[in-house]
Design a protein around this ligand. Structure first.
Ligand code: ADP
Ligand code: MG
Length: 251
């Protein structure tokens, strides 16, 4: 197993008087797929917002490879190789599929616009983006406005935007939500393949337990802003408290 690449210590976040995240310690190891599960409202998306810099914690810290990154902006974190996809679609519908995949590469330029004058480097990046479109089965649709794609294709594109920059760690917030079963298994296979290729560590946030158990090496279960349990899929599946919160939800 790899190293711990990202971790939190005592992360806490309230919205007004409501504690959405209560003193959580998360750890993400390179080379494995980690998932965060939990019922709606558990705090999964808020946790990702704190990890990727969209929100600042009230207390606690975020470390990336041992470095305290708690106060870095989202763009600065992207430049460190920390990216995400969104639970709610975040593509640009008027731009083409191809343009959407190129967009997330721009923050990597930082202030150093000279980078763009380095034509071969630019071409390398664009070739990677094109390879990705093939992997996502979006190559044939690359010149169409993204808004015209099916929902499943839009979700695939959204994921593509998160991984186009070859991040070190990528958070996928409910990547298969709203997909039909065929699209769902395709996107999950793709995540598996990309994870095996090994350059990106994936963290998947999901509501759907079946998806998670087929994919994860390590699982955090969140409930009411806390980490209720963590462990390997088999242990989590048999964890009484975990079963109860999910059964309670279905009832
Ligand atoms: P999950 O992703 O696990 O479904 P969220 O992290 O989206 O849960 O939300 C956790 C809780 O925090 C929910 O009760 C939600 O209503 C609340 N919440 C999330 N974002 C905000 C916000 N910006 N302002 C107020 N409450 C919020
Ligand atoms: Mg959410």
């Amino acid at each position: 197993m790899g190293e711990v690449i990202l971790k939190t210590e005592g992360l806490t976040k309230s919205f007004g008087r409501f504690k959405a995240i209560d003193n959580i310690d998360l750890k993400f190891t390179s080379g494995i797929i980690t998932s965060i599960i939990g019922p709606n409202g558990a705090g999964k998306t808020t946790a990702i917002n704190l990890l990727t810099g969209a929100l600042a914690p009230d207390r606690g810290k975020v470390f990336f490879k041992g470095k305290d990154i708690t106060t870095l902006t989202p763009d600065q974190r992207v430049r460190h190789g920390i990216t995400r996809s969104f639970q709610i679609m975040n593509i640009f519908p008027m731009l083409t599929v191809h343009q959407n995949v190129e967009l997330p590469l721009f923050p990597l330029l930082g202030k150093n616009l000279k980078w763009f004058h380095d034509v071969s480097r630019y071409r390398d990046v664009m070739e990677e983006a094109e390879k990705l479109l093939v992997e996502l089965s979006l190559w044939d649709k690359r010149d169409r406005p993204a808004g015209e794609l099916s929902h499943g294709d839009q979700r695939a594109l959204e994921m593509g935007m998160a991984i186009a920059s070859k991040p070190e760690i990528c958070f996928l917030d409910e990547p298969s939500s709203g997909m039909n079963p065929v699209e769902r298994s395709a996107i999950l296979e793709l995540i598996k393949t990309l994870a095996k290729e090994g350059s990106t560590t994936f963290v998947i946030i999901e509501h759907d337990m079946d998806v998670i158990f087929s994919l994860s090496d390590w699982i955090f279960v969140m409930h009411k802003g806390e980490v209720l349990a963590e462990g390997q899929p088999d242990d989590i599946r048999q964890n009484k408290e975990v079963v109860e919160i999910y059964l309670g939800e279905e009832a």
